[in-house]
Structure formats: structure tokens, C-alpha cells
Design a protein around this ligand. Structure first.
Ligand code: NAD
Ligand code: USQ
Length: 407
């Protein structure tokens, strides 16, 4: 298969490029290094020392004898992306090439607009380019479970049957996203659905939960292939942040009550899911939706899992409750379906089996690179980025003074 990976220098994109290349597919990647530039802007960095894309590609060639073709440019640039799609002639386009951070999109109007332009306009370009130059290709688009929000009823995979005033229909499930970033994914989903309907395109929207994990079989082949691992306020997910905070001796930053529940999956399962999706394309004309997650946890459960895992290697961890910088339901029902990818053959990995060996030990390995100032939250949903750290409202079980959390 000819596979074009948009966002191929990113966390999931680079891992996917190696994964598909190793399995004999023709792989090309598109990236404009937006993610690396956003780290420069925020004064933050990946904990792991990632190499530049040319070094990664050369290392991959040396280690495996396989090539990954790079196209450097902006997906928002119609002339660039339409030429790449026309010339590479992909069977499958895996679209990771967006800005993935909720807090970054809430910093101020400029960041909200930038994330919208980048994500929504980029995906529109991809849809038009497919229509004009690759109408048979299959678009695998990374959406997010956060598109659905936290309704007080079960969440289906994309569509649900509803009866209203005596008539029945199958409709897209309502979306109630929790940040301007998550909203870009909602807008993308609507645009993809419409493009499938009017042009007969073939697309799968993967509503993915929170991904964790540093290691994949391919990245483990050589140090130069290592993947990024972010833990800062903008780009680090709660789980990544808790692992770094544990190693750095900073009380874990649990927002509010900590009952916010989300779906999680190991990066190895993202790779499996995307492969299963690529090998089983949908019929043209209707956007297919899969919910892509394995286990669900509340953030409080995550904090306690990290606390216990760290204890196994002799690290004592304190958990702190912070004033919640986000506007979100802190206690809610959460029961999203996730059957389709399991039916296609997903063999899941579980957090408890991999946290110490493949995450926390790696964090310990690179602990000298931790930038402490990037950890305590300052971006709020109400006031955007501020100079003030969020306040600790409660320490769960430790004598660690609040001042230590503030660096
Ligand atoms: P990432 O930031 O590491 O990767 C995205 C890549 O796309 C980056 O390398 C970036 O430079 C590139 N990019 C962004 N805009 C671009 C543009 N206009 N032109 C060219 N390249 C561009 O993010 P990730 O964690 O790998 O996430 C990939 C996708 O999966 C995102 O769409 C994200 O929203 C989605 N997702 C991620 C997670 C997760 O936990 N990582 C969970 C659910 C959904
Ligand atoms: N949280 C804390 N402490 C922290 C950071 C976050 O308690 O230090 C809480 C947040 O308030 C939230 C929950 O943890 O309730 C999840 O936040 P997160 O930052 O781990 O994840 P989120 O913002 O939802 O975004 C991440 C990825 C995004 C992806 C999304 C999948 O960054 O790209 O789309 O997970 S999902 O959550 O299913 O929408």
C-alpha cells in the first residue's frame, strides 16, 4: 500500500511511519515542524532527545534498509499539499497533521484562531485534494473522544438511532467539545462527512482517547529513532505529566476533584488500530466512525496508579489537588462504545503492564532534561494564559509543602 502520513514528524506520525514502513508499505511523510516550533514559542521541549526528521529518516534507512520519503511543507498551503497528493498517489492518507493541544488553543484569541485555521483549513485542503487527485484513496483522520464531551447517556461510535415526534432516523451523535482545540475536530468531522456525501470519498474518523507510551518496537531499534515525550502544560497529557512530576519530586497536579474520566490507549494500540483501519477500508460515500480507546480511568485513578508504580522503584509521590484551570464536568457519567476496532482484531495493551518499564524508567533515564518551570499550570479556560500558577487546594497524603510544587 502507498501510505501518506500527514504530521509524520509528530508523536503518532513518526511511530506510524516506521511501523508501516517496516511492514513493507511505501511510506511518505508530510510535516512543517509546527510542533517543534510551538515548543520553541513556549520555552518547553520533549523530555526525550528527539532527532531532526532528516536524521531520523537516515537512521531508519541504516537500520532497516527502508526509505521514508519526506515532503516538507504546510498542509494549509493548497499548492503544496495538492501536489504531494497528486504526485505520491496514496492509497491511504493518515491525517495526524494538526495542532493537538487543548490548553494551547485556550491561551488567547490568536492561539484559538491559529489552531482553528491550521486544523480546519488543513483538513479542507486535504479533502479537496482527494476529490481532485485521489478520489479512490482512503482518508484515516485522527479525531478525538473529546468531540463528544461528557453527556449523561451512553456514547455510540459516531451515529445513533433516535425517535423524535414519532419519526425515527440515524443521526450523528451530538458533539459537546471542551476546548477550542477539541472543537476543531468537530468542525473537521462535519466537513469530512459532507465531502464523503457529495463527492463519494472514503473516510474513517478515528475518535481517539488519550495516548500514552514512549516505546514501540521500531523506536527501540536505535536511539536516534526515539519518539517525543511531552509533559509541559500545553502538550503534556495528565498521565505524561504525572510520570514526570513523580520523578521530579513535584506533587502530582490533579485538577479539581480528579473525577474527570477519559479513555486511554498505549501508542502500540494506536498503531494497531490505524493498521486495522487501513486494511479494512469503508465503502465510499459515508464517513465511518470508530471510537479508539482501550481502558478508561479518572485522573484521580491515574494519579494513584502513577503513585503506586513509582513506589515500585523506590520513589514516593505526593498528590495535590489544584484549582481546576479548565471549565469541565468534574463528575460525570462516561460510557462510550469501543467495539468496532476490537471486532476487527485489536489486541490491547494495558497501562498496568507497561507503566513502570516503558514509561517511568525512561523518564528516570532523561530526568536531567526536565524543565521544572513548564509543569505547574498557568493557562486557564476563563482568563487564558496568566502569570500566576494555579493554587493548590488540597494535598492528599504528604508533608510536601505547597511551595515545592511552585518550583
Ligand atoms: P503531534 O503534534 O506530535 O503531531 C502532529 C504533527 O503534525 C506535528 O509534527 C506537526 O508539526 C505537524 N503539523 C501540524 N500542523 C501542520 C501543518 N499545517 N502542516 C504540516 N504539518 C503539520 O501530535 P500527536 O500527539 O502525534 O497527534 C496526532 C493527531 O492525533 C492530532 O490530530 C491529534 O489531535 C490526534 N490525537 C492525539 C492524541 C494523543 O493523545 N496524542 C489523542 C487523540 C487524538
Ligand atoms: N488534567 C489534570 N492535571 C493535569 C493535566 C490535565 O488533572 O496536569 C485533567 C484535565 O483537567 C482533564 C483530563 O486531565 O480533565 C485530561 O486532560 P489531558 O491534558 O490529559 O488530555 P486532553 O486535554 O483531553 O487532550 C489529550 C490530547 C489531545 C487528545 C485528547 C483525547 O492532548 O490531543 O485529543 O487527549 S480526549 O481526552 O479523549 O479528548
Amino acid at each position: 500500500m502507498r501510505i501518506l502520513i500527514l504530521g509524520g514528524d509528530g508523536y503518532l506520525g513518526w511511530a506510524s511511519a516506521m511501523y508501516f514502513s517496516r511492514r513493507g508499505h511505501e511510506v511518505a511523510v508530510v510535516d512543517n515542524f509546527t510542533r517543534r516550533l510551538m515548543h520553541l514559542e513556549r520555552g518547553t521541549d520533549s523530555l526525550t532527545p528527539i532527532q531532526t526528521l532528516p536524521v531520523r529518516i537516515e537512521a531508519w534507512r541504516e537500520v532497516t534498509g527502508r526509505t521514508i520519503e519526506p515532503f516538507i511543507g504546510d498542509i494549509q498551503d493548497w499548492y503544496f499539499i495538492s501536489r504531494v497528493i497528486r504526485d505520491f498517489r496514496p492509497d491511504t492518507i493518515v491525517h495526524y497533521g494538526e495542532i493537538p493541544s487543548a490548553p494551547y488553543s485556550m491561551i488567547d484569541v490568536h492561539h484559538a484562531v491559529r489552531v482553528h485555521e491550521n486544523n480546519v483549513n488543513g483538513t479542507l485542503n486535504v479533502l479537496w485534494a482527494m476529490h481532485e487527485f485521489a478520489p479512490e484513496a482512503h482518508l484515516i483522520k485522527l479525531g478525538t473522544m473529546g468531540e463528544y464531551g461528557t453527556p449523561n447517556i451512553d456514547i455510540p461510535e459516531g451515529y445513533f438511532e433516535i425517535e423524535y415526534n414519532g419519526r425515527r432516523d440515524e443521526l450523528p451523535f451530538p458533539k459537546q467539545a471542551g476546548s477550542f482545540y477539541h472543537l476543531t475536530k468537530v468542525h473537521d468531522s462535519h466537513n469530512i462527512m459532507f465531502a464523503c456525501k457529495i463527492w463519494g470519498l472514503r473516510a474513517t474518523d478515528l475518535n481517539q482517547g488519550v495516548v500514552y507510551g514512549i516505546e514501540t518496537d521500531e523506536a527501540n531499534l536505535d536511539d536516534r529513532l526515539i519518539n517525543r515525550f511531552d509533559y509541559d502544560e500545553s502538550f503534556g497529557t495528565a498521565l505524561n505529566r504525572f510520570c514526570v512530576q513523580a520523578v521530579a519530586g513535584i506533587p502530582l497536579t490533579l485538577f479539581g476533584k480528579g473525577k474527570q474520566t477519559r479513555g486511554y490507549l498505549n501508542i502500540r494500540d494506536t498503531l494497531q488500530c490505524v493498521e486495522l483501519t487501513a486494511l479494512n477500508p469503508p465503502v465510499p460515500g459515508k464517513m465511518r466512525v470508530f471510537n479508539q480507546w482501550v481502558e478508561s480511568f479518572s485522573v484521580s485513578e491515574l494519579a494513584h496508579i502513577v503513585q503506586q508504580a513509582a513506589r515500585q522503584i523506590g520513589i514516593e509521590v505526593t498528590i495535590a489537588h489544584y484549582e481546576n484551570p479548565r471549565v469541565e464536568a468534574e463528575e460525570h457519567y462516561y460510557n462510550p462504545a469501543h467495539k468496532e476496532l476490537f471486532d476487527l482484531g485489536l489486541k490491547p495493551h494495558y497501562l498496568s503492564d507497561s507503566l513502570v518499564e516503558s514509561v517511568i524508567r525512561r523518564v528516570v533515564q532523561y530526568k536531567d532534561r526536565i524543565i521544572r518551570d513548564s509543569i505547574i499550570p498557568r493557562i486557564t479556560w476563563q482568563r487564558g494564559a496568566t502569570d500566576q500558577y494555579m493554587a493548590i487546594t488540597e494535598i492528599e497524603a504528604s508533608e510536601t509543602p505547597a511551595e515545592e510544587a511552585r518550583g
